[in-house]
Design a protein around this ligand. Sequence first.
Ligand code: ADP
Ligand code: MG
Length: 700
Amino acid sequence: MFLNELRASINTLKGAGSQTCQILARLGIADIAALLSYFPRDWEDRSHFVSLSQWNQERQVYTIARVLAHEWFGYPKKTLKVHIEDETGRAELICFNRPFLEKQLVVGKQYIISGQFSYRYGSLQSTNFEIENAEQARTSTEFPFLPIYPLSAGLSQKILRRLMYQALHIYGKNLEEELPEPVLKKYGLLSKSAALHAIHFPKSRDELEAAVRRIKFEELFYLEVLIGRRALERRQEYRRQEPALPSLGNSLSQGLSPLQQRLAERLPFKLTYGQLNAINEINHDMAGPHPMARLLQGDVGSGKTLVSFMAALRALEYGGQTAILAPTELLARQHAENAARLLEPLGLSVAFLTGNIKAAGRSALLKALAAGHIHIVIGTHALFSADVRYHKLRLVIIDEQHRFGVLQRSAIMAKGDHPDLLMMSATPIPRTLALTVFGDLDVSVIKDVPPGRKTVKTHLAKQSNEKKVYDFVRQELAAGHQAYFVYPLIEGDEGSSSSGNLKNAEAMAKRLASSIFPEYRVALVHSRLDEDEKRKTMTAFRAGDIHILVATSVVEVGVDVPNATCMVIEHAERFGLSALHQLRGRVGRGQAQSYCFLVYSDRLTEDGKQRLKVMLEYSDGFTIAEEDLKLRGPGHIAGTAQSGYINLGLADPVEDSALLEVVREEAFSILERDPGLLAPEHLVIRQVLERAPPFAQVVL
Ligand code: ADP
Ligand code: MG
């Protein structure tokens, strides 16, 4: 049997009463398989003692101590405090919710104590400790490491260890291997059975490490097999029937198609190397027999929009339509305006579709779209509403793809017959994560930004120094530039005390206009304004008729006004790193030096301080994303949390990125050699996937 086939219930174990079973069920442990897969969060190293005096040198104190006295404190609920002493000093055990320890810890007797200690209220204390009777403690040679499990109330390490030990004994002996034999050999991995024993009750540190490696290997292996198979399916399930267009040649300068060439000639600048490269990769994909699935990554301002327009031109040459999906109406409109300006002169017809378009215009637009008279349609979610039909949707472009969920992506894809897919992201996904999450996509990266751009100068300013910031901005305005002021809230929220001291966009727009910059024109945008008003404001800002745009994070994505050189973010500590990076990316888009002011409240959390420091130190989006990952963990990276993309046990795709790459290569090479997994040594993979699919799920 495979581990995941051990469906026997926990109550078949001795000592697992109904109460214990209920608690375990709440932890998601309903059967033996889940129990054995409930891995320790740590191990208590009992192979050497750590005295009380070494409390801050090692993770855990592990010492023999004598009980000196009992004491009760707190009212009305009393808590037991036990005074102890070992050879090196004294400490206190705080027995929250463990009054029964009064009987177990007899004054004058010795016990083995293990736990985490720290200084609180002037004495060395532990609330998180385990005890063992010193006389009975010979087990430490048999179990030099004891597992420490994540617990919940009503469950003790002791009970869980006992159940685990039993389960391993009864069920863990004859477990079937879940990795192919040659893979085990090649990487010197422990067998499944051995690894499972050793992860719970290792005999040595080496054995523990080997067990961890084996288990992570397996988790990542099946993850990569799933991803690899999806990539294969994508390539196999559909072959284009249409006749190929003449090949474009590979060299960068010759790689453009006729329409693309015409657009390039109309531009006031030259395409960057990164843009040309991405266009070449896209052209190559679109000429291939299988639909493209490509992720275009590039930092804010790297010019992804233009690349996507080039792709749309190629789609038209193939006789197909393009849909460009953007997360906000603001951004969709900006794209539509740019497309109209750049593409209509080439003879293309461009349409803009959002939920706000009135009935009459809408039905005419839909008709034209269905008839194929519209070549490129740009919009928000409205693009995949039920009544929207395309004549021949050849290419789907999703801008700021992390803003869309899996279902939305498939909804728009379903509007065509296996259209090409180009996803774009300016919130760079660290390479390590990209490999796992988008493992079956091809990735183009634009590494360069258009020449002449200067790095945005970033300054931190205390709120009490805001006047200096305003003065600086005034100079920039006087030089003919424009500025953004961004606030975390739209309006004052009297009800909540936490926001009582927060500035908000509405109030600040008034203040900036009336008393701080009376000589300049100030306007406000935020998500609650109606579309017409937003559009007018943005158009005026773009035209330079408005000097200061006060906003919430609606301007975070995509907005492109090259003449703006100042980005002032007040209460900057309230914004996440990726939002800050995106906001800063709104400036530095032209030739002039640009500035970003991060104004922070005088009361700053440690977390907020870290983020601001990252912004000050780094300007490259990839590095910032990596830092974000370190600060917050992978689950929070934009686009992965929403999609609930993977659910691994021990392995962490970021921390274990080196192993991940090895495993990925192995899994992919197996699939390449044997796509159907028909070779006898690969039978096990198929069986695991069929009979006992791993807990890891890929949802994209
Ligand atoms: P992002 O990658 O953040 O979506 P955009 O596509 O909005 O970036 O482009 C940012 C700005 O850079 C736009 O004003 C665009 O016209 C300009 N741009 C794009 N490509 C180039 C280039 N090769 N040289 C100079 N400016 C460019
Ligand atoms: Mg963009």
